[in-house]
Design a protein around this ligand. Structure first.
Ligand SMILES: Cc1cc2nc3c(=O)[nH]c(=O)nc-3n(C[C@H](O)[C@H](O)[C@H](O)COP(=O)(O)OP(=O)(O)OC[C@H]3O[C@@H](n4cnc5c(N)ncnc54)[C@H](O)[C@@H]3O)c2cc1C
Ligand code: FES
Length: 347
């Protein structure tokens, strides 16, 4: 199906496969159409049909509250073209940079699913073919029998990766999380689309790095830290990581974080923020190199970072209220410019 996009700066033309959502077809063609969640919640991918009809795959999508269907508006991440389509996007749209990791579909098989806490599961997806992605990106996943994709951030970093590592926080009555937590899924086939996301890190950045993660938001930070550590980034630049959880029973990856900090003791500081309990006396001795503090992660980060924001790129991920609170600190207290604040809201 032929799709023409009139963006604010120029027009684009691409082909969508039968049943393929407009957003995914455009991204697959290397056109950086606007999106944030890519899964129907944020409204960022809003477009307006000028000619042609679309079919909405998920009319109950929360992001529909941002569109006016009577004016021809729709969510590109949820709608497919029923016929040749001309649409308008009220934003500047550019082609992806040469060398960008252009998103594609790829199937994978689940392996090594294991509990990391009482409500977080880790697993690997073995891909049918190798994929490139940038540190900090996410992929969309859907197992057989579930409608729609779910977004999960990669925890690892590898060029030509045969394996993607994920952590999944259990969501009560959530289709994907109940599927994963409810039975042994080793060997199960999962369709993916990706990589996606702009909260990416590359060592060419040349700035100090601040990571603020709420809960499973630590996933993408692990990918960033892995990329940075392997390139010796923290021999030249400073890194601060603030990982917010309710209590010690909710924390994971602590041994991995402790090992990373001990690799770069001079320039990497990692603090676990406990919002709902005091720091247990044993935490410090059990996990050398890590700092612990009581408080909401954005408040702990705000206290620790006061006066240290020179030349900083910040990455934020986790539940929307945690991300919003951290962004307020970064804009109002740190006075970072928006291009130095990269975030993923786990909506
Ligand atoms: C960029 C990004 C990165 C994320 N990374 C992580 C991570 O690393 N770890 C983590 O634990 N969480 C992450 N999340 C949150 C995670 O995506 C949600 O918790 C997850 O979607 C919940 O899925 P569920 O099936 O368990 O819940 P459900 O309530 O069943 O589904 C929630 C989501 O599934 C999709 N969906 C549901 N039904 C339909 C339908 N009929 N058609 C189309 N779509 C449908 C929608 O996206 C909806 O928001 C991330 C979110 C985003 C946006
Ligand atoms: S990108 Fe489509 S609703 Fe978020």
């Amino acid at each position: 199906m032929r799709i023409l996009v009139n963006a604010r700066n120029r027009g684009y033309e691409f082909e969508a496969l039968p049943g393929e959502k407009v957003l995914y077809a455009g991204l697959r063609a290397g056109i950086d159409l606007p999106y944030e969640c890519a899964t129907g919640t944020c409204g960022t991918c809003k477009a307006k049909a000028i000619t042609g009809r679309v079919r909405d795959g998920w009319p109950q999508a929360p992001g529909r509250k941002f569109v006016k269907p009577e004016a021809g508006e729709f969510l590109m991440c949820q709608c497919e073209a029923e016929e040749a389509l001309t649409l308008e996007v009220s934003k500047f749209v550019y082609g992806m940079e040469p060398g960008a990791c252009v998103p594609q579909t790829c199937a994978g098989t689940v392996h090594g699913a294991r509990p990391l806490t009482h409500d977080v599961m880790g697993f690997q997806l073995e891909l049918e073919r190798p994929r490139d992605f940038d540190a900090g990106q996410f992929a969309l996943l859907t197992p057989q029998g579930l409608s729609g994709y779910r977004a999960y951030s990669m925890c690892n970093f590898e060029r030509g990766a045969r394996q993607l590592d994920f952590v999944v926080k259990r969501k009560r009555d959530g289709g994907f999380s109940e599927w994963l937590f409810g039975a042994n899924r080793d060997g199960a086939r999962v369709e993916t689309f990706g990589p996606l996301g702009k909260a990416t890190f590359d060592p060419a950045l040349g700035k100090n790095v601040l990571c603020i993660a709420g809960g499973s938001g630590i996933a993408g930070m692990m990918s960033i830290l892995s990329r940075a550590a392997r390139s010796g980034y923290f021999e030249r630049y400073r890194g601060w990581v603030f990982f917010g959880v309710r209590g010690m029973r909710d924390a994971f990856f602590l041994h991995e974080l402790s090992a990373l900090q001990r690799q770069f003791p001079e320039r990497l500081e990692i603090t676990v923020a406990l919002s709902d309990e005091d720091v247990p006396a044993s935490a410090q001795s059990d996990l050398p190199g890590l700092g612990f503090a009581r408080g909401m992660v954005h408040e702990v980060a705000k206290r620790a970072m006061a006066g240290r924001y020179q030349d900083v790129r910040a990455y934020v991920a986790g539940p929307p209220p945690a991300v919003d609170a951290a962004i307020r600190v970064l804009l109002l207290d740190a006075k970072l410019t928006t291009d130095n604040i990269r975030y993923d809201k786990f909506s």
